[in-house]
Design a protein around this ligand. Structure first.
Ligand code: BEZ
Length: 218
């Protein structure tokens, strides 16, 4: 049964542009405070449970790409309702079975106080696990993007990196990232807000749909 009066559905607790609420928690690398991660990008993500199939593939994939996040000056921080000792045992199993060490912090959130504050908790009353929410937090602590996947669909690490690349390029260039944008591809100019420019444009679209370098996108 849904208990939508007392708990927002996943991803609905916070909005893009909000400052990520600060918290302190125990983690696999010791106590962590969210605000201590300011000045760098941060991907904060929740998973439903340790020792589950999809989550295991996500952690293996993320640990294998840890250097790619570092190269983007981005820290990773994971969270679930499981205990610290469950996290330790799971990481040990991942290391022994898959040959990769997860070195980014995994937080324990046994009371779901963080999960609830971030809208990471399933709206299903019967399920107190966090779903697969991901928050992309910029160096000022602002939530810039978020995704929400169900428990039975694993996240795409290339897409997580593309989101980071897109947000960083948007900030660096003051431009817009079009559909399917990849690093190195042209970006778009923000559309004109000037009616004279609209009427003066040489064609129907160039006042609002134009590559940052000047060309018109097909
Ligand atoms: C999984 O990670 O495989 C999983 C976790 C919770 C529910 C269903 C699947």
């Amino acid at each position: 049964m849904n208990d939508q009066n007392s708990m927002p559905p996943p991803c609905a607790g916070l909005r893009i542009g909000d400052i990520a609420p600060d918290f302190e928690a125990r983690s696999t690398i010791g106590p962590v405070r969210l605000s201590a991660f300011r000045k760098r990008w941060l991907v904060l993500f929740s998973h439903p449970a340790d020792f589950t199939p999809v989550c295991t593939t996500e952690f293996v994939a993320l640990a294998r790409e840890a250097a790619a996040f570092e190269a983007r000056d981005c820290a990773l921080m994971a969270l679930s309702v499981d205990s610290l000792f469950s996290h330790f045992a799971w990481l040990r199993m991942i290391r022994d079975r898959f040959g990769v060490e997860v070195r980014f912090p995994i937080l324990e959130d046994p009371t779901l106080v963080i999960g609830r504050a971030f809208g990471m908790v399933s709206a299903q009353d019967s399920d107190s696990a966090t779903v697969r929410t991901t928050f992309f937090i910029d160096p000022e602590g602002v939530i810039r993007a978020m995704t929400c996947y169900p428990a039975n669909l694993g996240r795409s690490v290339p897409e997580m990196l593309r989101i980071l690349d897109g947000l960083q390029a948007i900030d660096a260039k003051g431009a817009l990232a079009p559909a399917n944008w990849q690093p190195g591809e042209p970006m778009l100019r923000p559309p004109s807000h000037d009616l004279d420019e609209v009427y003066g444009a040489g064609d129907m679209t160039s006042w609002f749909l134009r590559e940052d370098g000047g060309g018109v996108r097909a």
